[in-house]
Ligand binder design. Structure first.
Ligand code: PMP
Length: 391
């Protein structure tokens, strides 16, 4: 069918530059090893931090939920699609995050969009870190509020933005808790100090910190002992929790408001029983199996030190997300392809997901990896890195 030639032209350009990517289908479950093109390779690209995607307790909870409640919910939450298990999960999440209440959205992406678009008006201003996740950027785009972007984790620039925005009704500082492409942690204690000084609200997107940082994986707020001082905590149920969804943990007022005004919440069907039941069980696992998080951090140190010893540039990562920065976009993808050939699935990430010239292969270890697997991965990084002149 004709009509999309203008899009095809752009795709052709990407093909010429070597930046056109095909999706990589897994032919196995999501574990420390996955099957791709019929071959078993070490998985270093998933957000399955604790290996919960295949945890027996989650599988069982999901299966039982399907048997008892069926495959779907048949409605949005505000009409006929709220099951008691949805509320059970929300109460559990609120308790876990030490907040009054919580609300689940279809994904982390729609949580950020839903929260930001609901609470910001032209009378308000949002002040956002320049490297915040796309869902925060898109959420801000949906508002008519004032907006300021401060330099990445630059607290002087944040303070300047706060000083320049004193005339607005409300100021909301928004930051990723852990930055998804670099693995560094936001300087939350300083952000809280500034927010308190200038009477601003704070929203933290803890997609990559929930299940990873803080007691039992409660996230960055708990990690820095700032419980009760951050107004809005967003989390995802799709990464360390191993399933699907997003949530916001905050005051009862904000949650009640979002139930009435959060558009993705209002207009999109609720999570199926299997998803919700597996998420509930995942929180139980976080509380009852803290050794998973210890193993995650042990594996993190092992891989990070190994990559550094080999001479790779791993940026400023402080978490299990370790970027191997290559620079050139085409070389980044070549590196990723070579790694796959040598038995490691580590995706290349280039513009527009990261800035131009900062292409990288992003690695994420999980609690499931054995040291042997990680050593094997390091050997492949060495071989591919030397062949392509990266180290
Ligand atoms: N925020 C951040 C920081 C993320 O990295 C992601 C996932 N890419 C999201 C939000 C979106 O979460 P989800 O995959 O649950 O939509």
């Amino acid at each position: 069918m004709k009509g999309f030639e203008y899009l095809q032209e752009e795709l052709n350009e990407m093909k010429q530059k070597g930046t056109f990517r095909k999706l990589v289908p897994l032919e196995s479950d999501q574990s420390s090893k996955v099957k791709i093109n019929g071959k078993e390779v070490i998985q270093l690209s998933s957000n399955n931090y604790l290996g919960l995607t295949t945890h027996p307790r989650l599988r069982k909870a999901a299966l039982e939920a399907v048997e008892h409640y069926g495959a779907g919910t048949g409605s949005v939450r505000t009409i006929a699609g709220t099951f008691s298990m949805h509320e059970e999960l929300e109460q559990k999440l609120a308790k876990f995050k030490h907040t009054e209440a919580a609300l689940v959205f279809q994904s982390g992406f729609t949580t950020n969009q839903g929260v930001l678009s609901a609470i910001l008006t032209p009378e308000d201003v949002v002040i956002s870190d320049e490297l915040n996740h796309a869902s925060i950027i898109d959420g801000i785009r949906l508002t008519k509020s004032g907006r300021k972007v401060y330099k990445h984790v630059d607290m002087e620039d944040l303070e300047k933005a706060l000083q320049e925005t004193q005339n607005y009704r409300k100021r909301l500082i928004v930051t990723d808790g852990v930055f998804s492409m670099d693995g560094n942690i936001a300087p939350l204690p300083k952000i809280v100090e500034l927010a308190e000084k200038y009477d601003a609200l704070i929203m933290v997107d803890d997609a990559h910190a929930s299940g990873v940082l803080g007691k039992n994986g409660r996230g960055t707020v708990n990690h820095f002992d700032l419980d009760g001082r951050v107004h809005i905590q967003v989390g995802t149920l799709s990464k360390a929790v191993g399933v699907l969804g997003g949530y916001v943990a905050s005051t009862q007022t904000l949650i009640d408001y979002l139930i009435h005004k959060g558009r993705p919440f209002l207009f999109s069907t609720s999570h199926p029983p299997a998803v919700t039941a597996a998420c509930i069980e995942a929180i139980n696992v976080l509380l009852e199996e803290p050794e998973l998080i210890e193993k995650l951090w042990d594996n993190t140190s092992f891989l990070k030190e190994g990559l550094l010893k080999l001479g790779f540039n791993t940026g400023h990562s402080q978490t299990p997300i370790t970027p191997v920065i290559v620079g050139d976009e085409a070389l980044t993808h070549q590196f990723s392809d070579k790694l796959l050939e040598y038995g490691v699935f580590a995706q290349g990430i280039a513009f527009p997901t990261v800035a131009k010239g900062l292409g990288r292969v992003r690695t994420i270890v999980t609690a499931e990896h054995s040291k042997e697997e990680l050593q094997q991965a390091l050997n492949s990084f060495e071989k591919a890195g030397k062949e392509l002149g990266i180290i």
